[in-house]
Design a protein around this ligand. Structure first.
Ligand SMILES: O=c1[nH]cnc2c1ncn2[C@@H]1O[C@H](CO)[C@@H](O)[C@H]1O
Ligand SMILES: [Zn+2]
Length: 368
């Protein structure tokens, strides 16, 4: 291919997103309207553009803990059935408009109980929103399927309850479970009870690990907790040594890195988010370049579109700039993601063969 892929071209590709937080993806104008409706007065500004900038600047802190503080504002306005449904509907519409054909969106139900909703009501409101948003998107010709992941907060003690909520709603759009929040000081093994329960129920889960904390966190998530996927997992590079010049790299994988690659453990990488929290120095220096060359099961994700001022297409465009990726690379990341989704095998296959491969084939042909 002769020229570099543009953002507009990337937006047209059928993409798959596995790691996106519902409370990290609100439209700034929606936050302002919801705050107004519920009488929340703590927002730093009521101008939508300035509020969007405030989020990206505040999140650009070099620290996961400070990055997470920005969620106070989004969670505060997501406490009613109407607010949750609206935010979920807009999320599905925004992702579909960006060309995402399958997304797994996560949030922590325990953070949405302040105005008296029950955990069940929270889940029902969000599901209603995803259904409405997906329907509206389809009417505009952008078909998307959304699966939900329920997150438990790693500093809290409700993981078993949230795991049970996940299993109760697994035939109604909830496809898996996750643990998120500040990593240091909150090892995933504190939630073993929840993970053991999920495994006994044949349910799927991912764990945020190897973002702000290193290899021990990844090792615990995989070998003690039994995670199916890793949220971020960037620090797995600390277990890889590379000798030799760029054209003849000689990588040496430690036992954990070898395990992750051999077992095809999916890595949910979020380049912009990692730069903001200090997990990576820059997009150009992001471990995704090396991990893709070494053929780890790498996927590309947004994490928090609001805090990073991003979309999945923008994440890919950043990688195209940094690493010169072409359609084949983007298709490889996308198929990796679809293979790693918490959907039944036949449905994953149908999306790969029915939407992803034909979509990329058409784009390759049109831009050849
Ligand atoms: O990158 C991340 N690492 C760890 N926790 C996160 C990240 N992004 C968001 N959250 C946390 O997950 C909660 C539920 O969606 C958010 O409220 C935020 O506290
Ligand atoms: Zn995350």
């Amino acid at each position: 291919m002769s020229h570099k892929l543009t953002l507009e071209q990337i937006r047209r590709a059928p993409k798959v997103l596995l790691h996106d937080h519902l409370d990290g993806g609100l439209r700034p104008e929606t936050i302002i309207e919801l705050a107004d409706a519920v009488g929340y007065t703590e927002l730093p500004t009521d101008d939508p553009a300035a509020l969007g900038d405030w989020f990206t600047e505040a999140a650009d802190s070099g620290s996961l803990v400070r990055y997470l503080e920005t969620f106070g504002h989004t969670v505060a306005v997501m406490q009613t059935r109407e607010a949750l449904e609206r935010v979920a509907a807009e999320c599905a519409e925004d992702l579909a408009a960006d060309g995402v054909v399958y997304a797994e969106v996560r949030y922590a139900p325990e953070q949405h109980l302040e105005a008296g909703l029950t955990l069940e009501e929270v889940v029902e409101a969000v599901q209603a929103g995803f259904e409405r948003g997906s329907r509206c998107a389809a009417e505009r010709g952008a078909r998307i399927r959304v699966g939900t992941l329920l997150t438990a907060m790693r500093h809290a003690a409700r993981s078993r309850e949230i795991a049970e909520l996940t299993v109760r709603h697994r035939d109604a759009g909830v496809v898996g479970f996750d643990i998120a929040g500040a990593e240091a000081g909150h090892p995933p093994t504190r939630h073993l009870d929840a993970f053991e329960y999920l495994r006994r129920e044949n349910a799927h889960f991912t764990i945020h690990a190897g973002e702000a904390f290193g290899l021990p966190s990844i090792w615990e998530a995989l070998q003690w907790c039994g995670a199916d996927r890793l949220g971020h997992g960037v620090r797995i590079v600390d277990d890889i040594e590379v000798d030799g010049a760029a054209d003849e790299e000689r990588p040496r994988l430690g036992r954990l890195a070898a395990y992750v690659r051999d077992k095809r453990v999916p890595l949910e990488m979020c380049p912009s988010s990692n730069v903001q929290t200090g997990a990576a120095e820059s997009i150009a220096a992001h471990p995704i370049g090396l991990l893709r060359r070494l053929r780890f099961r790498v996927t590309v994700n947004t994490d928090n579109r609001l805090q990073s001022g991003t979309t999945l297409s923008r994440e890919f465009a950043g990688l195209v700039d940094a690493f010169g990726y072409d359609w084949d690379d983007l298709e490889w990341f996308t198929v990796n993601a679809m293979k790693s989704a918490f959907l039944p095998f036949d449905e994953r296959l149908a999306l790969i063969n029915g939407r992803i491969k034909p979509g990329f084939a058409q784009l390759k042909w049109a831009t050849a």
